[in-house]
Design a protein around this ligand. Structure first.
Ligand SMILES: [Zn+2]
Length: 331
């Protein structure tokens, strides 16, 4: 159980009731429902929504430093209204937006500030910042490799960085399938993140030809949600790791765009993807709205090959084909 205190802050000169507290209550019911679904019931978020608390700083004087020290500014008034902040695991301060502070949300330790009070961003921002407070990093995307019909060829293990003879983009942090990106999609976290949080345990590929059945990440009670493919077993010098997950339109994943539903392949510890980047399944288009692999597609890198057999099955085996065509011989 995670006890969360949600405090709506007024600046010294703000008008009263700049947003309805009932609206904050409703938003944090959604946030708690999101965590219950995403964690398969492993994380119970219990929000306590406080009434407005007025800071001593005026809106004109409020800056990033004010937000970092908001707890000391509000200490007196909070105590006076009967809230003991030490009784909570996490605290979120929602403030009327300070335009001079760019980020709409940030996290320091167990405290978070949402610099976007009264806006729709509050719900997404709370899910995202709580993710940081649990230890998660941003979710990035990677557009690299080529596609020929239903076959995507990704750079081989001899290619370890963007630039030089690899043309591609790391989009930072823009994964439209993960609430830990800036894409502002209220979808689930990815399989790597859920594994970090102990919510799922992946199958680990050992190089044998094997077909796996995945349960979509949003559905409770699945036998397998993620496949982890450490490439070190095939080449000792490679730190590359692939993660494979399945997404559909269930629950909060109903927020996913249609072509972001399907199999998501991510890469870790390569191409500056630390911890992970979701690989764009369609590198030939300049958008991420089609980042999922569909039944009938194949992903290969010259060492391993993933065949997406049908809506839920994936065959993983060594790729007998030639190495990826993205490397150019030196003259
Ligand atoms: Zn963030």
């Amino acid at each position: 159980m995670l006890r969360l205190l949600v405090i709506s802050v007024l600046w010294a000169d703000s008008p009263d009731n700049v947003w309805p507290i009932s609206d904050v209550v409703a938003r944090f019911q959604t946030v708690a429902a999101w965590y219950a679904e995403a964690s398969y019931g492993r994380l119970t978020l219990v929000p306590t929504v406080a009434p407005f608390v007025r800071a001593t700083t005026t809106s004109a004087n409020a800056n990033a430093d004010t937000l970092l020290h908001i707890s000391s500014d509000l200490g007196g008034p909070l105590k006076a209204s009967g809230f003991d902040t030490t009784k909570f695991d996490r605290i979120i301060y929602i403030v009327p937006r300070i335009a001079s502070v760019g980020p709409k949300g940030f996290t320091f330790g167990s405290s978070m500030v949402l610099n976007c009070g009264g806006s729709d961003y509050v719900t997404f921002g709370a899910i995202h910042e709580l993710g940081h407070s649990l230890g998660l990093a941003h979710a990035q995307s990677l557009r690299v490799g080529g596609r020929n019909g239903k076959v995507m060829t990704f750079p081989g293990l001899d290619i370890t960085q963007l630039g030089g003879n690899v043309i591609g983009f790391r989009l930072d942090p823009a994964d439209p399938t993960n609430a830990m990106s800036y894409a502002q999609v209220r979808a689930h976290f990815g399989a790597y993140d859920k594994s970090q949080l102990g919510w799922i345990a992946p199958a680990i590929v050992d190089g044998k030809d094997q077909t796996y059945e995945l349960t979509p990440l949003a559905r409770r009670g699945g036998a397998l949600y993620g496949i982890k493919v450490p490439m070190k077993q095939f080449r000792a010098t490679s730190n590359r790791v692939y993660w494979i997950e399945l997404r559909d339109g269930f629950g909060f994943d109903g927020n996913l765009a249609p072509q972001n539903r399907g199999f998501i392949v991510s890469v870790a510890n390569d191409f500056l993807c630390v911890p992970t980047c979701a690989i764009d399944a369609h590198p030939e288009t300049q958008e991420l709205g089609d980042s999922a692999f569909q039944a009938g597609d194949t992903f290969k890198d010259g060492t391993v090959r993933f065949d997406f057999v049908d809506a839920t099955h994936i065959r993983v085996r060594l790729d007998p084909g030639a190495s990826a065509p993205t490397s150019t011989p030196r003259p």
